[in-house]
Design a protein around this ligand. Sequence first.
Ligand SMILES: *Cc1c(COP(=O)(O)O)cnc(C)c1O
Length: 421
Amino acid sequence: MDHFLYRDGMLFAEDVAVSEIAETVGTPFYLYSTATLLRHYRLFDEALDGIDHLVCYAMKAASNQAILKTLAQAGAGMDVVSGGEYQRAIAAGVPGDRIVFSGVGKTADEIRLALTHGIRQFNVESEPELRVLSAVAHDMGKTAPITIRVNPDVDAKTHAKIATGKSENKFGIPIASARDVYALAGSLPGIDVMGIDVHIGSQLTDLAPFELAYTKVAELTEQLRADGHNIRRLDLGGGLGIPYTRSNDAPPLPMEYGALIKKCVGHLGVEVEIEPGRLIAGNAGIMVSKVIYVKHGEGRDFLIVDGAMNDLIRPAMYEAHHDIIPVVEPAPGVDQAPYDIVGPVCETGDTFARQRNMPPLVAGDLIAFRGAGAYGAVMASEYNTRPLIPEVLVHGDQFAVIRPRPTFDEIINRDTIPAWL
Ligand SMILES: *Cc1c(COP(=O)(O)O)cnc(C)c1O
């Protein structure tokens, strides 16, 4: 459920008409709903009721500080995957002891940064990283709390570009060698082994792969405890999928996911962390765009819109589907016709949808891409010198621009011309 609904024939975000925001901000832009973000966060928080837990929002999904602050004020921690994300979380006021640091390529500088300002834990992904972490922490006279990310070799049955839990993926250490790596971790200075981390992929629409992975993690917990490690925290990753269309089967609910977690690891007396990104932000955001031209081609018609692949790359990158709806509600029973919905970028890949049935639209009409809140704005680029599009946050009957559209001067003046030219 989200808070983007028609009211009196117009699309609203909470209590604000989307067309009113479009008039103020110009198109295209991203629009997020505070109520939806909070609702999704609370669903996870409540799903883990009864066990010691922290929901660490995977901020790579949508990392505007206004979004981070909204979630952090509700109690969320953050999962970061770079030094930049770490600094963004700190800038948004998230305390270091609620930030977990994931990622396969943490540099010594990033590790030092996090140890300086505070960190809940590092999710270590390799033996070389473990050694660097130990050396840096020891050097600073600090102790780095860690989990080690294990790769449970389960098939997440998701798009190949977002599957991370098979042995051929670059993530984590093979679960079969976990005991050796934990033994090494236990012997290194500057390291406090707190627990185990696992994250098998994104947009999972079935609980079975989670169950396989979490069962393996529970077994490993008992083995590692028998080996003498004080395993007291399990980070179970993110990855729960969202409905991208209203027609297809709905993925499992956070409540069912929470029940599965309790079933698999509830008996271990550990603190549980989860790292949902997509489910919190995905359906809490839309991209609003305007029709520039309706072009009648040979055997196919095109809606050419002012949003493009540089603004929302998911269709080009993951063959992703987004529901696309007009901002003015179509009259019931109105005739629909198929269109290819494309942006202005000079790439055939700049196609949001092929032969999508749409009600009649004309140049100047507004449309909304649903489910664009996660992996939307954060993956945008300025390809074709198209400015990064603004982000707007709605809260009840208020809205605020949380990242303005840069001017062309700002973009162009970022280049510096060498003296010899
Ligand atoms: C991307 C990522 C997540 C979030 O995945 P979602 O599918 O957005 O929930 C969580 N943890 C790690 C380590 C990630 O890389």
